[in-house]
Design a protein around this ligand. Sequence first.
Ligand SMILES: NC(=O)c1ccc[n+]([C@@H]2O[C@H](COP(=O)([O-])OP(=O)(O)OC[C@H]3O[C@@H](n4cnc5c(N)ncnc54)[C@H](OP(=O)(O)O)[C@@H]3O)[C@@H](O)[C@H]2O)c1
Length: 269
Amino acid sequence: MKLGLIGCGKMGKALAAGAINAGAVAASEVFGYDVHPPAMEGLVAEHGVTAAGSIGELATTVDVLILATKPYHASAALQSIAASGSTKESLLVISVAAGLKLERLEGEVGEGARMIRSMPNTPALIGMGAAAFTLGSAATEEDSATANRLLGAVGLVIEINESLMDAVTGLSGSGPAYVYMFIEALTDGGVQNGLPCEQARELAVQTVIGAAAMVQATGTHPAILKEMVTSPGGTTIAGLEALESHAFRSACIDAVNSATRRAEELGRP
Ligand SMILES: NC(=O)c1ccc[n+]([C@@H]2O[C@H](COP(=O)([O-])OP(=O)(O)OC[C@H]3O[C@@H](n4cnc5c(N)ncnc54)[C@H](OP(=O)(O)O)[C@@H]3O)[C@@H](O)[C@H]2O)c1
């Protein structure tokens, strides 16, 4: 399978490098194009990706094309795909652009275009991504298998109804930033209580990894895991009380709500 990348920024790079690192696609079979040529440098130098001269060249070379520009640049890219002479038989397009609906994506590339809308996240770079995708009206079961193979090589992947895609954007698409902020804040708390910054960060990171792995490995509801580590009158309940008094849970729910609403806005014509 030849894989193409339109837009080689943070998300495009994470997906392409992650898929190459995971062995899902050979570096010699990956081609990229970016209007901002320096964005290609890392992929070419470190991962052996080939730089293409245009979107038209990409679209007529590869079997699967990932559209990874910002949403407001997607139309121009889609029009270039439409004008490339590629056919629905020869090309599957996977868009990762937040908010952009399949109806619009299909409309811009042309009738019968095989299209998938997806929402991955940047930990795909290290094989720890979380992605969801929806098949377009002309996409086939084989296209679904391709999306599962590509996105599954770089982490968790689920197939969902398109009506839930903005919620996925608000949760796992934007979620790594929420967790980075949490890690940063835990680190600051450690520093405020005398820990050296480096050690505070190491402890914060491992705590987040360990707690997430516990939820995943045990399959136990996080509320029960929380209860199991909260002794009456102990230190943890004192910390939890502080989080509750600052509406930690509401803040997290609001973060997902706000990002979901923003994805909906980006999808409006
Ligand atoms: N970053 C995330 O965590 C994340 C997570 C999930 C989904 N996404 C989605 O992924 C997409 C890309 O986000 P990003 O964070 O990777 O953005 P980014 O870092 O800005 O990368 C996009 C790249 O595409 C280039 N570009 C713009 N128009 C182009 C065109 N017509 N042809 C080729 N290249 C073009 C941009 O160049 P210029 O800088 O010169 O414009 C830039 O280098 C977005 O739609 C976003 O919704 C991102």
